[in-house]
Design a protein around this ligand. Sequence first.
Ligand code: HEC
Length: 129
Amino acid sequence: MMIGSVKRLAAVTAIAAAFAIAGGVAASRAEDAPAGDPVNGKRLYLADGCFECHGRAGQGGRFNYLTPALAQIALPVESFIAFLREAPNDMPSFSADVLSDKDAADIHAYLSSLPGRRDAKDIPPILNQ
Ligand code: HEC
């Protein structure tokens, strides 16, 4: 019985060590990707006019037809940048001369940080007071 529990402890330790190693690998991968700067991203989102069509809070809006909401954007950053380079239909394209990959990634970080739509029940009922 003693021997059995020692063996089990050894197995648990080995599994924990394996997870620690896997975690370390995942963390170093995440560090490789340049982290976007949401503060600069907000500045660019306003300066480059994204807000005029997509709303100041990324809530979406209207330009000839409805423009999509961008808050909490689901597009991965690579697809986001590719989209900006050759935007379809009524969205103007933003070439790398106008908006670098780094700046585009910053805008992406800003959009990811936005809270998005709130449920009506989460909005304080100021109008009822
Ligand atoms: C003149 C209006 C206008 C401006 C300015 C504009 N967009 Fe758009 N955007 C659109 C329209 C319209 C669409 C929908 C395109 C379509 O028809 O598929 C769109 C689509 C998008 C999409 C795809 C979203 C989705 O869910 O499909 C992204 C991402 C996006 N815009 C980002 C940006 C960013 C970032 C900027 C600023 C650098 C910007 N847009 C500036 C009009 C605009």
